[in-house]
Design a protein around this ligand. Structure first.
Ligand code: NAP
Length: 262
């Protein structure tokens, strides 16, 4: 049974075929959604356009989410192409590499602003721009991480950004609910992507993850894609402002399994 037949999805954050946004795109395509993509900059065009073709995307256009005119342009293009959208996927984050190692108190003012602008404010800017096109209601979703709830080594300013992103999710959900638009966040466990490679020590966390988590395995792009399809579909029609963990159970633990610390 296809859950997203007749729905139009605009997806931000595909950098390559390891991106979480690509996992979500494939799952939504399999469930019958029509897709369009936005990617960060010209260097990504070579990698994103062939992926967009694979899922018969309506278009794939550049948009740096720190630029208001580029946001306006992509939503104008979307309005001209479809008139209406049902699903907005925000899978975007950025912080300078040297902010993702060492002590959080060393975070620079400029690094803090950049991480907040790209990783947090962009959700608000994109959701605001999407709202007039969600004429039949809609589902907005973003990607967060447990580092927004608890202090994690080296995650630093990105953890603070994720906490603000989750708060933004709740405020947007409260504002947009009366318009029939739901806003949720997926808190994903570790996946080997370009962004993840920027966090110092990520490989170690990734390697030991299956020893620690209740399900004793890594999570996959398919796991996140499945959750995203559910959030986009009418099956989750009364779910809004939530953070949905797709982490094989990591967040429920108070201490690691004894085998993991032997
Ligand atoms: P990814 O493939 O590197 O995707 C991140 C995307 O954000 C890239 O397409 C990147 O483009 C884009 N981006 C950065 N700055 C941008 C800007 N100014 N304008 C527009 N786009 C911009 O990594 P990912 O892991 O799939 O990340 C997707 C989301 O999942 C992020 O919010 C991340 O924090 C979250 N997440 C990841 C994990 C994990 O373990 N991988 C776990 C939990 C949550 P460029 O490549 O050009 O910078």
């Amino acid at each position: 049974m296809k859950l997203l037949e007749g729905k139009n999805a605009l997806i931000f954050g595909v950098a390559n075929d390891h991106s979480i946004a690509w996992g979500i795109a494939q799952a939504m395509h399999a469930h019958g959604a029509k897709l369009a993509f936005s990617y960060a900059g010209p260097v990504l065009e070579r990698r994103v356009l062939p992926l967009a073709e694979k899922v018969n995307a309506a278009f794939a256009e550049q948009c740096d989410v720190t630029q208001d005119d580029q946001i306006e342009a992509i939503f104008t293009k979307t309005a001209e192409t479809w008139g209406r959208i049902d699903i907005l996927v925000h899978a975007i984050a950025f912080a300078e590499r040297d902010e993702l190692m060492g002590a959080y108190y060393e975070t620079s003012r400029a690094g803090f602003h950049l991480a907040m602008d790209v990783s947090v404010f962009s959700l608000t800017a994109l959701a605001r721009a999407a709202l007039p096109l969600m004429t039949d209601g809609g589902s907005v979703m973003t990607l967060t991480s447990y580092g927004g709830d608890k202090a994690m080594p080296n995650y630093n300013v990105m953890g603070v950004a994720k906490a603000a992103l989750e708060a933004s999710t709740r405020y947007l959900a409260a504002d947009m609910g009366p318009h029939g638009v739901r806003v949720n966040a997926i808190s994903a466990g570790p996946l080997r992507t370009l962004s993840a490679a920027g966090v110092s020590g990520f490989k170690l966390l990734y390697r030991h993850y299956p020893e620690v988590v209740p399900l004793r395995r890594q999570i996959s792009l398919e796991d996140v894609g499945g959750a995203a399809v559910w959030l986009a579909s009418d099956l989750s029609s009364a779910v809004t402002g939530e953070v949905l963990f797709v982490d094989a159970g990591y967040n429920i633990l108070g201490a690691p399994h004894p085998m993991a610390v032997e």
